[in-house]
Structures are given as structure tokens and as C-alpha cells.
Design a protein around this ligand. Structure first.
Ligand SMILES: Cc1cc2nc3c(=O)[nH]c(=O)nc-3n(C[C@H](O)[C@H](O)[C@H](O)COP(=O)(O)OP(=O)(O)OC[C@H]3O[C@@H](n4cnc5c(N)ncnc54)[C@H](O)[C@@H]3O)c2cc1C
Ligand SMILES: NC(=O)c1ccc[n+]([C@@H]2O[C@H](COP(=O)([O-])OP(=O)(O)OC[C@H]3O[C@@H](n4cnc5c(N)ncnc54)[C@H](OP(=O)(O)O)[C@@H]3O)[C@@H](O)[C@H]2O)c1
Length: 331
């Protein structure tokens, strides 16, 4: 599938109109897929990376968010990994002033290693003059197409994994594309459940986004949550519901960290009063306890520090080997 929307200004109706983007490099879509080996600085980490091919590419209704896969050129498997880990990706033609690869959580499960899946947002840095510049890596990614070369670091890394904790409930809280590691975890658990009928850890996934059309993986997670034996509780929550024509039934209101605040009886920190439908409210209230749960926080660093502060006050251990609050800041 080709990327259907290049980096054009557009107005989704609920964001202010987006000004024209400025590019730091010429349009790579028309560039040959062979690497442009412009003079490189010494110790360019991309020298140590391996070549893969961009394969499937899919945009959400919010076209600034994509789910894409990569494959190895010879079709062989990637190295195995643990759900929750990330790898690093880069392009030879990303702007020459910043050749560093970027970390991306792996959204696929290590059950099929013939591909890796990622969930990514096009970063737009707003400038004072109203223009906005796409992120170095994501701006380059959005100008590529399936079949193009992408570089990956062969060894996945990171300790944002369920094996870090042992509490029966894992409460997973994400903003935006911070959902990716939890998709991988849910897929692994789902496969195990299909094979054995058993569930090792009960998962609760809170996904906080500004608008409902940013709720990637909603259908898949709802399908898993519909099986009561699996025990997954999926809680999508929208932080700008009053200006969102797609806000609808089954969704919570408010920011992800305010959902945590709601359960813990704390004042909200954002602009929208948090609210959850009855069933997820009851489930999260029952599950989010220092006695029975570990909490995984991923995405926006301010969401993470706020939620962590609330959890400390509730008696959650947040430091050292016994920590039951595990975090992954995306920036
Ligand atoms: C362990 C780890 C895993 C990550 N996994 C993912 C992932 O699965 N999906 C993903 O979209 N990003 C992920 N990121 C962020 C990713 O590494 C890049 O920072 C992001 O893609 C932007 O890169 P860029 O070169 O386009 O932006 P840059 O030109 O480097 O601009 C970076 C700026 O954009 C902002 N920013 C960075 N990431 C985000 C984001 N995700 N959402 C909003 N603003 C952001 C910050 O203000 C940051 O200072 C992860 C980061 C870490 C540390
Ligand atoms: N107008 C635009 O062009 C526009 C708008 C949005 C995003 N973007 C681009 O998209 C990128 C990422 O957007 P994103 O929506 O995935 O990520 P995000 O800005 O982190 O938003 C995801 C969720 O996190 C919440 N959030 C934001 N700041 C927070 C904070 N300080 N504390 C707690 N929660 C917070 C948001 O709530 P709120 O809804 O209350 O902010 C939303 O629910 C941005 O960096 C930008 O480049 C562009």
C-alpha cells in the first residue's frame, strides 16, 4: 500500500489548519532507493546497521499516524525479542545534519519474526512564524514508499518488558504511539491464551489520545477484550472530546494520567474532567492497587512523570529492583 498522503498541509476539522511544512532535504520519494552516500561524519552509527525493506504501510484516519512493517531483503527472520523492546531505524537520506537512528518500539509479536511492525507519528515541530518542520526521521519516513530501503539495528534492546515485574495485573498506560509495546504484549498473551486457555498476567490497557481517530489498534484490542476469559480491559480515552466529531460510545474522556488520577481520587491535571464508562471504571478501580498490580507507562514524558507521582502517593514502589512502576519516555 502506498502512503496516500504526503506531507501536505491539511485540516482535519478539529486541529487548527496546519501551515505548510518546510523540508530540510529534497523529496526522497523520487530518489533512487540505492543509498545516497553523501560524505558521512566519522562513526556514523548507520554503518553498523543492517538493510531492510519497507513493506506494508497503512495510515490511520489521522494521516499523521502510520502502522508499517519492515522485512529483511532475503526474507529471513529478524532476531528474536521480548514484547516491549525497541529497535533503532534510520535512512541514509535523512537530513545530513542529524544521521542518528531513532528508537521505535516493536508493535509486532515475536511469534512471527519474518517482519517487524511499528506504530509511529509524524512529528511536526511548530515554529514561531507558523511554519512547521517535520521530524528528522519521521519526516523522511513519510516521504518513502513500500519497497524502499530502511536501516535497522539487528539487536533489539530495552527493558520495558513484562518480565521486569511479577504482579498478577499489568496496568499499561500509553499516550499516542506509546501504545506500541502494549500491542506486542497483548498479541503474545493472546496467542498463549489461544494455545493454552491460560492467562499469565491480566492486561489492562489505557490509551490516551487527543482525538478518537488517533486510536490505532482499537478494533484488534476490542476483539481481544470481547473474550472474557482473556481478561483484557481496553480503555481508550480522548482528551479533546468536545471538539471531536468521532468521540463516541465506549470511550473515556480526559488524559491518560487523569484516568489514573480519577481512580486514585486525585484532582485532574489537564483541561477535561476525566470520566470512564461504568465497566472500565469498575475494572480499573479493582485492578489498580499496589498489592496486585504493576504499572507500565509509555509515551509522553509529562504523562509519565505525573502518573508516577500519583502512584508513589498510593504506595506503589517506584525505585530499585522491586519497582512496580516501569516507564518508557519517548522523548
Ligand atoms: C525507547 C523509545 C521507543 C520509542 N518508540 C516510538 C514508537 O514506537 N513510535 C513513535 O512514534 N515514537 C517512538 N519513539 C520516539 C522516536 O524515537 C523519535 O523520537 C520520534 O520518531 C521522532 O523522531 P524524529 O527524528 O522524527 O523527530 P526529531 O527531529 O528528533 O524531533 C524530536 C522531537 O519531537 C518530539 N517527539 C519525539 N517523539 C515523539 C512522539 N512519539 N510523539 C510526539 N512527539 C514526539 C519531541 O519534542 C522531540 O524533542 C521512541 C523513543 C524511545 C526513546
Ligand atoms: N496542530 C498540529 O499540528 C498538531 C496537533 C497535535 C499533535 N501534533 C503533532 O503530533 C505529535 C505528537 O502528538 P500526539 O497527539 O501523538 O502526542 P501528545 O501530544 O503527547 O498527545 C497524546 C496524549 O497525551 C496528552 N498530553 C499532551 N501533553 C500532556 C502532558 N503535559 N501531560 C499529560 N498528558 C499530555 C494529550 O492530551 P491533550 O489533547 O490535552 O494535549 C493526548 O491525550 C506532536 O509532537 C506534533 O508534532 C500536531
Amino acid at each position: 500500500m502506498e502512503p496516500s498522503s504526503p506531507l501536505a498541509p491539511r485540516n482535519r476539522g478539529h486541529y487548527p489548519p496546519r501551515p505548510k511544512l518546510e523540508f530540510r532535504v529534497s523529496d526522497a520519494r523520487s530518489a533512487p532507493t540505492t543509498p545516497r552516500r553523501t560524505p558521512r561524519k566519522r562513526r556514523d552509527i548507520r554503518e553498523r546497521m543492517e538493510r531492510a525493506v519497507l513493506d506494508h504501510w497503512e495510515l490511520l484516519d489521522d494521516e499523521d499516524i502510520a502502522i508499517f512493517t519492515i522485512r529483511r531483503p532475503d526474507g529471513s527472520d529478524f532476531a528474536t525479542f521480548e514484547a516491549g523492546q525497541y529497535t533503532m531505524l534510520a535512512f541514509w537520506d535523512q537530513p545530513t545534519d542529524d544521521p542518528r537512528p531513532r528508537q521505535l518500539s516493536i508493535g509486532s509479536a515475536p511469534l512471527d519474526l519474518s517482519y517487524l511492525e511499528f506504530y509511529v507519528i509524524l512529528v511536526r515541530d511548530a515554529h514561531e512564524d507558523g511554519s512547521n518542520v517535520p521530524g528528522v526521521f519521521t519526516g523522511t519516513l513519510w516521504r518513502h514508499k513500500p519497497g524502499d530501503e530502511i536501516l535497522y539495528m539487528p539487536r533489539p534492546a530495552g527493558r520495558f518488558t513484562l518480565s521486569r515485574t511479577s504482579q498478577p495485573d499489568a496496568i499499561c498506560v500509553a499516550t499516542g504511539t506509546g501504545l506500541a509495546p502494549f500491542v506486542s504484549m497483548a498479541r503474545v498473551a493472546w496467542q498463549e491464551y489461544q494455545e493454552t486457555g491460560q492467562v499469565d498476567r491480566r492486561l489492562t490497557i489505557v490509551h490516551g489520545v487527543s482525538y478518537a481517530d488517533q486510536l490505532g489498534y482499537k478494533d484488534e484490542l476490542e476483539r481481544m477484550a470481547a473474550d472474557p476469559g482473556f481478561g483484557l480491559v481496553y480503555i481508550p480515552t480522548v482528551s479533546r472530546p468536545d471538539s471531536d466529531p468521532n468521540f463516541g460510545e465506549g470511550m473515556g474522556r480526559g488524559r491518560a494520567n487523569d484516568t489514573v488520577r480519577l481512580i486514585c481520587g486525585k484532582e485532574m491535571s489537564g483541561r477535561v474532567e476525566p470520566w470512564l464508562p461504568d465497566e472500565p471504571l469498575a475494572a480499573l478501580t479493582e485492578r489498580l492497587t499496589p498489592e496486585g498490580s504493576a504499572v507500565y507507562l509509555c509515551g509522553n514524558p509529562d504523562m509519565i512523570s505525573d502518573a508516577k507521582g500519583v502512584l508513589v502517593e498510593q504506595g506503589f514502589e517506584t525505585e530499585g529492583r522491586e519497582s512496580q512502576v516501569i516507564t518508557e519516555d519517548y522523548w
